[in-house]
Ligand binder design. Sequence first.
Ligand code: PLP
Length: 400
Amino acid sequence: MKLIDTIRLEFSPLIQDIIYLDSGASALTPNVVLDAMNTYYREYRSNIHRGLYDFSERATTEYENARETIAQFIGANRPEEVIFTRGTTDGINMLAELLQDRFEKGQNIIIPVTEHHSNMLPWREFARRQGLEIRYIGLKGGILDELALLAAIDEKTALVVIGHISNVLGTIHDAKKISDKAHKVGALCIVDGAQAVAHIPISVSDLGIDAYAFSGHKLYGPTGIGVLWVNYTLLQNLKPHRTGGDMVEYVTLDTMEYAPIPQRFEAGTPPIAEVIGLARAIQWTQDIGWEFIQNHEQELIQYMWQQIVSRPWIELLGGEKSIPRIGCFAFTIKGIHTHDISYLLAKQSICVRAGQHCASGITEKLGIAGSIRVTFGIYNTVEEIDILMRELDSIYHKFQ
Ligand code: PLP
């Protein structure tokens, strides 16, 4: 059996004969991940960091081992830099709270218009509270104008926020270059890795950034779990934003002392099964290996390009073929509403996304209402692209 067939067997929803082309919204979960979470619930279901009995110790060990797996996966220098969150949105909002009162009125924050709302709205609110000027960076040639972004960074820049990969255009941004420039003026560089972690190997240390947020559910893990990685030096200077159980070393009626990093940033009972599930998802993808994952995705990307180019009525967003990208294709078809297209595709069990994809800065700048977005996961095949294209042909001809 070919590796792709073995991989597909891990994903039960695929048995239902669906064509799932919406992994950018949420990837399917392999059975090994469900099994790992099930084992926790069936065999050692208990809280962490508290009980001295075997169950709890096992839960604590699995939870902390997961932190190490994730730290290694993203190239963190130490596991303590990994903070568990509910997802990217939660992580970025958390960071916006943690960074309060560090900057002065009149400083600026750089936000590309390509950002997902999760990496835009928390910073807009942050800027309003802190009196920072917002500098939006626009598009050039249909993609983020990275040169304009670099040029906009100046002595008054406090923060540069950037999506590692655009969730609409699929284009990969040069986070290292942006971070280097930000650091030259003493600004922080915060990266939204939601679309990157399942597609390209990451090393937060090599990128030289200050913080990186991502969600488990886009990485074949469960929902409700995410990671906020923060550089240890910065982390040491941040005051916990939430208080409660498990984040304190000791408490008297008058005093309290924070628990060590990272526990001080994880108040209350965390999503234990989901943390274990996320680590299992990462191990599973790493067993398959980046070589297969990336080669397979490139094959799909090249095939999709050929199909799109041979249909001039498909208007692709996101610039030229030579631009580094992942398997994420957003497009419009003149004269047909994106919701009509996705509805008709859904009737053939083809799952894609339609609309603004929570990144309305792009649609606003391009002057379009929305787009259809096709995103690939580890389980997709060229045969599925053929079926998608046949249906698009049929929709296009129906509307002529
Ligand atoms: N950032 C990007 C680039 C995304 O694609 C998404 C999800 O689509 C998010 C942030 C938000 O992720 P979550 O809803 O898991 O918090």
